[in-house]
Design a protein around this ligand. Sequence first.
Ligand SMILES: NC(=O)c1ccc[n+]([C@@H]2O[C@H](COP(=O)([O-])OP(=O)(O)OC[C@H]3O[C@@H](n4cnc5c(N)ncnc54)[C@H](O)[C@@H]3O)[C@@H](O)[C@H]2O)c1
Length: 326
Amino acid sequence: MKTILVTGGAGYIGSHVLNQLSKNKKYNVIVVDNLSTGRKESVIYGDLKIGDVGDHKFMDSVFASHDISAVLHFAGSIVVPESVENPLKYYSNNTINSFKLLEHIAKYNNPPLIFSSTAAVYGELKNGIASEESPTNPESPYGRTKLMTEEMIKDLNISNPKFRYVILRYFNVAGASMDGNIGQSTPQATHLLKAACETAIGKRKSMSIFGIDYPTADGTCIRDFIHVDDLARAHVAAIDYLINGYVSQTLNCGYGAGHSVKEVIEMTKKVSAKNFSVEVAPRRPGDCMMVMSKAEKIKTVLNWIPQNNDLETIVKSALDWEAKLK
Ligand SMILES: NC(=O)c1ccc[n+]([C@@H]2O[C@H](COP(=O)([O-])OP(=O)(O)OC[C@H]3O[C@@H](n4cnc5c(N)ncnc54)[C@H](O)[C@@H]3O)[C@@H](O)[C@H]2O)c1
């Protein structure tokens, strides 16, 4: 059985990918995570090695002791406003640690890489819709750290075509696994739907909307929310794609549809039947008005068919998980 390495597998998205990988047990899975935001209980499939992607000795021992056929790189720091306040943390954990991972990949036979990138690489778009060919102009240090990593990956591929990659640019990931096995467990998570669910079930007294003066229909930002199980299945398809020898790709991961912040909150109130308190706060630095994907390429390249493309389904899955965590 081929072995794949998953960095950051104890986190939100990585653990949902592990859940999908557990369905057909096609791959032997090694998870590397320093548990800075992840939890070991979330590693529901695979062998967890606790350590840091930036720790050369530790990572060398992981690569030396397994014949790794593909790498999924989720490990990173993900909070946009924090990246504005503390950019060096982000350049260190996202860019420099990815560089170190690439060094190991180059040293150990160039296994293909699936990299967790983000819609934040695009920045503010003319019409708010990003195709993979749209210009990249990140508005935050977070987005820049991810774009720099993309560029390192692409340059490595140019210098050595034996090394191949799939860069997945996630839009707004939300929800919890439909089978109830896993969900978002990160303490102090800043994601909109997580905050709304925690408020609905009484874990937070209230939540904030950051900015109601954007030039949108209801004044709040618009995002393309993708259910985490659909995103996880895209990763499984990307592993098979690379292991079967196909060429490198950069792919948007979204549904190509937008929902406003207010719509998400209203849906959470409806599904939970709780009219919780919402405060209005100023805009956050680094937030764009509207970010939506053009989502055709991933369907063609990976034969990916979204299964949970519905806001109510996304919200319900997240609420069910939050209630379970209580
Ligand atoms: N959640 C989203 O909406 C979203 C959107 C776009 C991109 N992404 C990207 O997806 C990836 C996963 O995001 P997530 O939401 O699951 O975040 P998360 O914080 O839940 O997971 C990140 C995991 O990586 C681990 N980690 C962090 N730094 C590490 C290091 N140096 N060494 C080892 N482990 C380390 C953490 O402990 C955690 O388990 C990130 O790279 C993020 O930038 C996420």
